[in-house]
Design a binder for this molecule. Structure first.
Ligand code: T1G
Length: 677
């Protein structure tokens, strides 16, 4: 098999080139080829300098993640990089695309780094539950200091070439179209000079001057890194760079890396990395299916959802015409959109020019006729089948043939909605999650007649607007809400049986969710949909509303709230629940947090198994993608289905049986058949 590494001679400079699509991952063949090519270059006296570059879309984008978890095959990256750095001939990294992870570490081991303006550099290992494993945490702080290194290693987000130059990670930004020639010229200019080696630098001089820097940084990241192991390990590794000699720092990094690599969090996050990419593929829709051009989008409804949905397209530069039934609703909706953008700009995540550009693409109207030339129309009107069918019948009449008609319904039957049109092939669900301009998940609900090109178009469009899409079949609640209803059922049952509602919330918070169902209820408002008759009490929520407890909005719901919105459990609520349960003939008892966790989460796994068995999800990893991106399931457990496999499907089955809860035949068969979905 030909090596992915080749060399080209340019007089006294040798260019080492990797051609390993799609992202020049540093797989075994690349590492071996790199090591051999550089070894030969260094041994050849007629070669005075080396340039390393990549063909294709990017410089090395990291280790080959598909090799993880398998027995390592040499040569290992650190050794190859140390040999390269030890050379007295200048070695120059010529960077384009995204030099990530091991790719960034290759660049760090080079003596110099040049890049095109559009290049990015990063150490995203934490996003795989790891830390850099080829001395990145030791070389980077020696080049740029602790303050600049910490966000890169702990946050895992790439930085631009401009930023990299500013902090000293890049030596030169070269021409977008002349990377190789500029890199060769740069290398030649360094011949005969002593070579700079990152490993020989002094790390974290800023951290020495400001010893609180690490604790301050850790505190600033507390919310984002809660529950994750890798970020703290990354901080320790960067800190060690300033405390230990280089070789000892590398040993410390290796020790931290191996502990993470063999842990469940990294296995879960590597699972998610591939799950997110797999979700974008529809097994029976060919990847070369022709796409329908989407040049103009219509949105019906300028409420919270319609406005949020519109913002996704406006931010991606796609014009939107938003329709409402009344002028004041239209103005309220577009006003909210502008305020949302302005708030984003205040947080420095958009420029005012970008806000104006986005809003300039928005047209508002009261007339369906203005939607006639839309390529896609998404309705976000009241969740009522009759209303939706009226809207779709009208759209079918007005909007041009070949346009896609999508419903944002969160649980209604998309096939029934399609019957209101003469184009069922162009009808599907696009279920956004509130706030729609923030939440990454898009459930794409495939009708029984939805065309391949419509599906392929919407899946591609999801990526364009920065969403993670997963395909669901038509069933009540699709994937996410269908499983959520099982958790909610148990949450309500548990507090009726005596569990403290704050324990229910705490169990989910401790598991890694952003909040529990009762905190969520207070946030959204317990009185939403309440009939306002305090004498009519048929549920716990009605009992709380009757007691004037509407949620955070009026300072008391399930919890009591002080001015700073700190929440405390309420004895009054505990008594209201106990009283209601007694009237319902429910015995109250102490219930442990273990029982709460198992009864909240295991029925979700069981429902996920049924969703798989019914073909409502293409694969179990799609269910993980839905729950991580739509409901805050903690990424470091890999999603409900991966988590269940990790703890053992037999454990889930036994738990459900222990509480007398339903166990699907499919889950039982998978538990008995090897424990994988
Ligand atoms: N290893 C193996 N496959 C990879 C890969 C990788 N590092 N990166 C991408 N792929 C596959 C991906 O699964 C998909 O496959 C295809 O390439 C296109 O990817 C030693 C230990 C580079 C920004 O974390 O961030 O280095 O679906 O759809 O949108 O310290 O890929 O086509 O079959 O994402 O253009 C660190 C991960 C590894 C970078 C390109 N590196 N990759 O985005 O394409 S750990 C990373 C990305 C490490 C060292 C440590 C993105 C991208 P398929 P894609 P894209």
């Amino acid at each position: 098999m030909t090596s992915p590494i080749r060399t080209e001679r340019h007089d006294d400079v040798l260019v080492v080139i990797s051609d390993n699509p799609p992202v020049n991952a540093l797989g075994q063949a690349v590492r071996a080829g790199l090591k051999d090519a550089i070894g030969e270059a260094l041994a050849n006296d007629s070669i005075k300098a080396v340039v390393i570059r990549c063909d294709g879309q990017t410089f090395f984008a990291g280790a080959d993640i598909t090799e993880f978890g398998k027995p390592p095959v040499g040569p290992n990256l650190p050794e190859a990089l140390d040999a390269m750095e030890a050379s007295d001939k200048p070695v120059v990294a010529a960077i384009h695309g995204t030099a990530l992870g091991g790719g960034c570490e290759v660049a760090l081991a080079c003596h110099y780094r040049v890049a095109v303006p559009s290049a990015k550099m990063g150490l995203p290992e934490v996003k795989l539950g790891l830390i850099p494993g080829a001395a990145g945490t030791q070389r980077l702080p020696r080049l740029v200091g602790a303050e600049a290194a910490l966000p890169m290693v702990v946050g895992g987000n790439p930085i631009s070439a401009k930023k990299a130059k500013e902090i000293g990670l890049l030596d030169k930004i070269v021409g977008e179209g002349s990377l190789e020639s500029d890199a060769i010229a740069f290398a030649r200019s360094k011949i005969g000079q002593p070579v700079p080696r990152a490993s020989e630098g002094t790390a974290n001089e800023d951290g020495v001057r400001d010893p609180d820097l690490f604790d301050r940084f850790r505190a600033s990241q507390a919310r984002q890194i809660r529950g994750f192991d890798a970020p703290n390990a990354a901080i320790e590794a960067v800190k060690a760079a300033g405390q230990l000699p280089y070789a000892d720092g590398v040993k410390k990094e290796r020790e931290l890396f191996m502990k993470l690599m063999t842990g469940t969090q990294s296995a879960a996050m590597r699972h998610y990395f591939f799950a997110e990419r797999a979700a974008n593929k529809i097994d029976d829709v060919p990847r070369d299916t022709p796409l329908i051009p989407i040049r103009k989008v219509g949105v019906i409804g300028a409420g919270t959802m319609g406005g949020g949905i519109s913002m996704n397209f406006l931010s991606a530069g796609i014009p939107v015409t938003i329709l409402e039934m009344a002028q004041d609703a239209l103005e309220r909706g577009t006003g909210t959109m502008r305020r949302n953008y302005e708030n984003t700009a205040k947080r420095g995540r958009m420029t005012t020019e970008q806000v104006e550009n986005a809003m300039s693409l928005l047209t508002s109207t009261l007339s369906y006729d203005d939607l006639a030339d839309c390529d896609l129309v998404i309705e976000a009107v009241y969740e009522n089948m009759d209303v939706k069918k009226q809207v779709f019948a009208k759209l079918d009449e007005v909007v041009k043939q070949g346009a896609i008609l999508a419903s944002n319904t969160s649980y209604l039957d998309v096939d029934e909605i399609a019957t209101a049109t003469k184009r069922p092939g162009y009808v599907l669900g696009m279920h956004f999650f509130s706030p729609a301009n923030v939440m990454k998940l898009l459930e794409v609900v495939r009708g029984k007649e939805t065309r391949h090109d419509v599906l392929a178009t919407v899946m591609k469009l999801a990526k364009t607007i920065g969403k993670v899409a997963a395909v669901s079949g038509v069933c009540p609640g699709f994937i996410g809400n269908r499983m959520l209803s099982k958790r909610q059922e148990q949450a309500n049952a548990l507090i009726m049986e005596g569990a403290n509602y704050w324990d229910v919330d705490d169990v989910l918070l401790e598991f890694g969710f952003p909040m529990g169902p009762f905190q969520m209820g207070d946030l959204a408002g317990i009185d939403i949909g309440w009939h306002r008759d305090p004498t009519k009490v048929t549920t716990i929520r009605e009992a709380l509303c009757a007691a004037g407890r509407f949620g955070q909005k009026n300072g008391k719901g399930f919890y009591d709230y002080d001015e700073a919105r700190n929440r405390t459990p309420s004895d009054e609520v505990k008594a209201i629940i106990a009283d209601f349960a007694t009237k319902e003939g429910k015995e109250q008892r102490e219930i442990s947090k273990d029982e709460i966790r198992e009864r909240l989460l295991y029925p979700m796994v069981n429902e996920g198994a049924k969703i798989l068995e019914e073909g409502m999800a293409q694969r179990s990893s799609d269910i993980d993608v839905v729950w991580i991106n739509g409901y805050g399931w903690p990424l470091y457990t890999g999603g409900p289905m991966h988590w269940a496999e990790t703890i053992g499907l037999d454990t889930v089955v036994a738990g459900l049986e222990k509480y007398g809860l339903p166990v699907s035949d499919y889950l039982k068969s998978r538990a008995e058949g090897g424990g994988k979905f």
